[in-house]
Design a protein around this ligand. Structure first.
Ligand code: ZN
Length: 402
């Protein structure tokens, strides 16, 4: 048996040789970095399994039974993760408009060409568009699943909230749209973003995780028809922000919005189309997570600061792929928030300059299938999840409960 004195002497000598800081005897060990311990709870196989499960509902097009079944499944999953206070926004939606996509840059033109969001297009481009032909889906089973059309009427979208312990009246919004289009499985657009939000909700809802501020996880509907689900949320809930209801209850049905982080298409960064319009079959080694804010928005300055908070979290915690910031956020649900609160979108590529130029050949096509992607693609989505989880954990003041 060694005496306490002996252990102290040993530690002193050991620390001198190992150049370690001396432990303060009698003090509890400092808590390990809680953010690092949360990020490791994200897992590639779990992320893939959630995307795969979402593709069971085909393209999840708004206004269909497959869309409603997907919402029910997402809600059940959120509850099973411990995010039990699920609620739904309800709104009416009519007839879907004709889908239009801005053309990419004219190849060979020397004049500057601006794509959606004001992003300057460069280099080679290929055509983009929305497939509206069910027969373009060669898989008969999937074609049958995706064929029933959207019916005008009631729409729903689901959310759940992690309630902050010291500032329950303030929150960050972590969001993605769950509806899809194009007669495929909408695996990348936007099973990948939906699964990311669900995975972050799962980790943050563990019973040993506590945050000062609230975090709401929202899965929008009707993004593909013109951001109508996000617009309905803003219309119904913006004025409720920060109000205690009923007074004295300590309950805040709509905590004040501190920032909005949208996730839309997380997997595919195979680079620019080649001169003949073909694309590399492989994720490019220098693939990155694109974080965009809109420079012309009222909250551009605040949104830029939020973007840098994610970039910094990526630098510290994302395992494989870096993050890049761009100033032309566009064409996703965060647009509805950009003049109200700090708002950013997280993607595989820049929406305007790159996806608008045809960098993602699966976009709104029958080929947007789970089987189209490999682990290098899925890992880009996982790195985006690590980025958002780490940033939101830090911003909301996370602590691990003992
Ligand atoms: Zn999308």
């Amino acid at each position: 048996m060694v005496s306490n004195k002996g252990i102290t002497l040993f530690l002193l000598i050991f620390c001198m040789f190992a150049s370690l800081p001396l432990p303060a005897l009698g003090q509890p060990a400092p808590q390990a970095d809680p953010i690092a311990s949360l990020v490791v709870r994200l897992d590639l196989e779990k992320y893939k399994a959630t995307i795969k499960a979402l593709t069971r509902f085909g393209d999840r097009r708004q206004g269909t039974a497959r869309n409603r079944a997907a919402i029910d499944w997402i809600e059940a999953q959120l509850k099973s993760y411990g995010c039990t206070n699920t609620e739904r926004v309800r709104y009416q939606f009519g007839v879907e408009g004709v889908h239009q996509v801005a053309p990419g840059a004219a190849n060979g033109s020397s004049a500057p060409h601006l794509n959606a969001g004001g992003a300057r297009a460069r280099g080679y481009s290929r055509p983009t568009g929305v497939n509206t032909d069910p027969n373009a889906q060669p898989d008969a089973k999937l074609r049958a699943l995706d064929s029933p059309p959207a019916i005008p009427g009631l729409r729903e979208e689901v959310y759940c909230t992690k309630i902050g312990t010291t500032h329950p009246n303030e929150m960050y919004l972590v969001t993605a749209h769950m509806d899809g289009i194009g007669f495929g499985e909408a695996a990348n657009d936007n099973g990948s973003g939906t699964a990311l939000v669900m995975e972050v909700a799962r980790v943050m809802s563990s019973p040993d995780v506590q945050t000062d501020r609230s975090i709401r996880f929202i899965l929008w509907n009707n993004e593909e028809t013109g951001l109508n689900g996000a617009a309905a949320y803003v219309a119904q809930r913006q004025a409720l922000q920060g109000k205690e209801m009923p007074p004295g209850s300590g309950r805040y049905p709509e905590p004040k919005w501190l920032g909005m982080i949208q996730h839309d298409m997380m997997l595919f960064d195979h680079g620019m189309p080649r001169a003949d319009g073909s694309l590399s079959p492989h994720q490019r080694p220098e693939a990155d997570v694109n974080i965009e804010f809109q420079v012309n928005a009222k909250f551009a300055v605040q949104s830029q600061a939020l973007a840098w908070a994610l970039e910094s979290a990526n630098e510290q915690y994302a395992t494989d792929y870096p993050a890049t910031i761009g100033s032309h956020m566009t064409n996703t649900d965060s647009h509805e928030f950009q003049d109200i609160v700090a708002s950013i979108s997280v993607r595989e590529n820049e929406r305007g300059a790159q996806i608008g130029n045809g960098w993602d050949p699966q976009w709104h096509q029958p080929t947007d299938l789970y089987a189209t992607y490999d682990d290098n693609d899925f890992r880009l989505g996982l790195n985006a999840a690590q980025t958002t989880l780490a940033a939101v954990a830090r911003l909301s003041g996370v602590m691990m409960k003992n």
